[in-house]
Design a protein around this ligand. Structure first.
Ligand code: C2E
Ligand code: CA
Ligand code: CA
Length: 699
């Protein structure tokens, strides 16, 4: 063995040193080579031209590579698989090298991967005389490669099983590649110009806004409907990422699409049970809160701008009370329809309860995106609603808030929209108001005021002052007093109504103040009657809220009876706005009952509202009070004159308010005004001053 080894080494050296070979017969050369292989310090083997194993190196044996192969065995059994036979034949015939992976169990029984390389042994242009096989343990490397291949396969399987589609857009060439076999999805994920073209128009703004803020290399996940020409709804979830090239510039856009239509449907089905309002089918408060949270998250993560709108039906309770719950339900359903018409289908229109609705608008660009649908809604609201053969119209107060400021807390949105809604109601309802930060402090002041007024009512700090009404036609005597409310504030002294006007506009407080005014005035009249003070009539101001109950006439009657004050001693002053709008039946019935009982009805602040005198003819009105703004403005003399003429022609006496000087008085008298009231005669005074004033009054 030792000898033959030395011989082989020598032969090889001799062979390579002797220049062009060919002299030696192939078999001899192969035999020499076999000797050489037997000495190799790494795993190697030699095959003859019949592909039989000639020799192996000690390492080959030690590593147990193809252990069942003995010398003279056909190497095709064990060393190569059937798929490599062709390669092996080519190698031995044409000298083409090739390689394959050979799985081998090592001494511990673990499988290792060897890379075997088949190289032909030949003399330059001669046909090969043998095939040399060298082997290298590539277990670590091969495993990684195989794993990658398996991952690829798994990916493909996953793509197919989950109906996933991968789309890759080469941004430099515009080439589009799809992976995954979801032809129906693929058909709608192709585009001509803009990758966003595949998004349904209703979702496009929202997605575009989200995509625009996605940093290069980060994955964004979006859910949207595909823009299908057949109009069918397919929802997809898309994970998208723009990949940078070596120069750092965007090179590829990779999208993964998953069809989530079924899941969407399931969610919708579940939602409809737990998250829908049974009457209107709209999302309920729970779902609203969920969607709101989503909007907040999107705005925090991606700076998405969103809007929140609160809608409240004006005087809904009255409609329910007087027209019945059926009519109320019909109204709410109609309003739900209108809302769905006015807003985009992916805006969340929710019914929060009762007559309260809310809308969440996502992916906005600015104020206009929110104001536009509000305007549409207001136009829709003008259309009459038919129910059970009756037709009625409704109005709504709308508060809106917009979140676009990344520093502001989006969770304040609900409160902000509520504040705006409050403001809309406060400004007379039937309008929309967009939240401004200044409103918050104003509202806080207002809430504080209302709280103080409430406490003031409890503490009986509200009193009446009395201002005389003078009849200038029949001798200039005092014919009565107007009762005007004052707040005897413990710290600020006597406060006039402009300091607490908000209380008159608050539903609850204006009722309470109305109570105080009537009770105090009647109590005072009783006292004057008992004391023999000839005060004429006392006029009490009634706000429109007091008419709401429909029982105002009875209530006043009861009070008059209780205090034993005759109806002829009382005047009620109402402004023309109580005659307008909804609830006309109630107002006219109430007013008529009181009028018929002998209570005088005065129309206050005449000329400042929008009621036409012709309209007002159907109501029993005894007095027209010309607003002081006309009396005090000499340019309005013509109006004053016209009102006096008109009033007297309709059988009403005309009272002018706010007469401050002799000139105003002269002018009014000249035009035939019946009665006047103003600082010229007296400011409103506390009741204790009234007897003295009457005694000293000379006209
Ligand atoms: P109003 O019913 O138009 O009352 C007339 C207002 O004009 C009173 O203001 C009175 O003080 C003021 N006035 C009378 N003469 C003159 C004058 O010569 N010059 C000027 N510049 N003003 C004059 P006041 O008392 O501040 O009341 C303001 C408003 O508050 C009233 O307007 C009425 O709308 C409301 N108000 C007052 N008391 C009550 C009440 O008990 N119930 C209701 N609902 N509203 C009330
Ligand atoms: Ca008045
Ligand atoms: Ca007035």
């Amino acid at each position: 063995m030792v000898k033959s080894t030395a011989q082989a080494r020598w032969s090889l050296r001799a062979g390579s040193g002797q220049g062009p070979a060919g002299s030696e017969p192939a078999a001899t050369r192969a035999a020499h080579f076999a000797d050489f292989v037997r000495q190799m310090p790494f795993a190697a083997a030699l095959l003859d031209t019949d592909l039989c194993l000639m020799a192996v190196s000690p390492a080959w044996t030690a590593e147990a590579l193809a252990p069942e192969l003995r010398a003279g065995d056909d190497a095709r059994e064990g060393l190569v698989g059937p798929e490599d036979e062709v390669s092996l034949l080519r190698c031995v015939r044409d000298g083409e090298a090739f390689s394959r992976y050979l799985p081998v169990l090592d001494a511990t029984g673990t499988q290792r991967i060897w890379r075997t390389e088949f190289t032909a042994c030949r003399e330059s242009a001669q046909p090969p005389f043998a095939v040399m096989v060298t082997a290298r343990d590539v277990t670590g490397y091969a495993e990684a490669t195989l794993r990658a291949e398996r991952d690829q396969q798994r990916l493909r399987m996953a793509l197919e099983m989950d109906k996933l589609l991968v789309r890759e857009l080469d941004l430099t060439t515009g080439a589009l590649t799809f992976v995954g076999s979801t032809p129906e999805l693929e058909a709608f994920c192709r585009f001509e110009n803009d990758p966003l073209d595949i998004v349904h128009p209703d979702d496009r703004d929202r997605i575009a806004a989200a995509v625009a803020t996605r940093p290069l290399g980060e994955t964004g996940v979006y859910e949207f409907r595909l823009n299908r020409p057949d109009g069918q709804e397919t929802w997809v979830r898309s994970a998208s990422r723009t990949v940078a090239g070596p120069n750092g510039k965007p090179e590829r856009l990779v999208n993964l699409f998953k069809d989530i239509t079924d899941r969407r449907r399931q969610i919708e089905a579940v939602e409809s049970l737990a998250f829908r309002d049974a009457l209107t089918g709209l999302p309920n408060r729970t779902l609203f809160q969920h969607r709101f949270q989503e909007a907040v998250t999107a705005s925090e993560r991606m700076g998405e701008m969103f809007g929140l709108i609160m809608i409240d039906v004006d005087h809904f309770k009255d409609i329910n009370d007087t027209l019945g719950h059926d009519a109320g339900d019909a109204l709410l359903k109609r309003l739900a329809d209108m809302l769905q018409h006015a807003f985009r289908s992916n805006d969340t229109v929710a019914r929060l309860g009762g007559d309260e609705f809310a809308v969440i608008l996502r992916g906005l660009h600015g104020e206009a995106d929110m104001l536009r649908p509000i305007q549409v809604l207001q136009t829709l609201l003008e259309r009459p609603i038919e129910h059970a053969g009756r037709s009625f119209t409704i109005s709504a107060s709308i508060g809106a808030a917009l979140h676009g400021d990344p520093d502001a807390d989006p969770t304040h949105m609900v409160k902000n929209a509520d504040i705006a809604l409050y403001r809309a109601k406060d400004e007379g309802r039937n309008r929309s108001v967009l939240f401004q930060p200044s409103m918050r402090s104003e509202l806080e002041q207002r809430i504080e005021l209302l709280r103080d007024v409430r406490a003031g009512i409890e503490a009986k700090e509200f009193v009446l002052f009395y201002q005389p009404v003078v009849d200038v036609r029949s001798g200039g005597g005092v014919v009565g007093f107007e009762a005007l409310m004052r707040w005897a504030h413990p710290e600020q002294g006597i406060l006039a109504p402009f300091r607490f006007m908000a209380a008159f506009e608050d539903q609850d407080l204006s009722l309470k103040l109305g109570d105080v005014a009537l009770e105090t005035a009647l109590c005072q009249m009783r006292a004057w009657l008992d004391a023999g003070v000839e005060f004429g009539r006392v006029a009490v101001n009634i706000s429109s809220v007091q008419f709401r109950s429909g029982r105002l006439a009875e209530e006043i009657q009861e009070r008059l009876d209780r205090w034993g004050v005759p109806c002829e001693r009382l005047t009620i002053e109402v402004t023309e706005n109580v005659y307008m709008g909804w609830g006309t039946d109630i107002v006219s019935n109430t007013v008529r009952k009181l009028h018929d009982a002998g209570v005088m009805i005065a129309l206050d602040d005449f000329g400042t509202g929008y009621a036409s005198l012709a309209n007002l003819r159907q109501f029993p009105i005894d007095r027209l009070k010309i607003d002081k703004s006309f009396v005090q403005n000499t340019e309005d003399e013509a109006i004053v004159k016209a009102v006096i003429t008109l009033g007297s022609s309709m059988g009403m006496k005309v009272v002018a308010e706010g007469v401050e000087d002799q000139a105003q008085l002269d002018s009014l008298m000249q035009h035939g005004c019946d009665q006047v009231q103003g600082y010229h005669f007296s400011r409103p005074m506390p009741p204790t001053d009234v007897p003295g004033f009457l005694a000293g009054f000379t006209g």
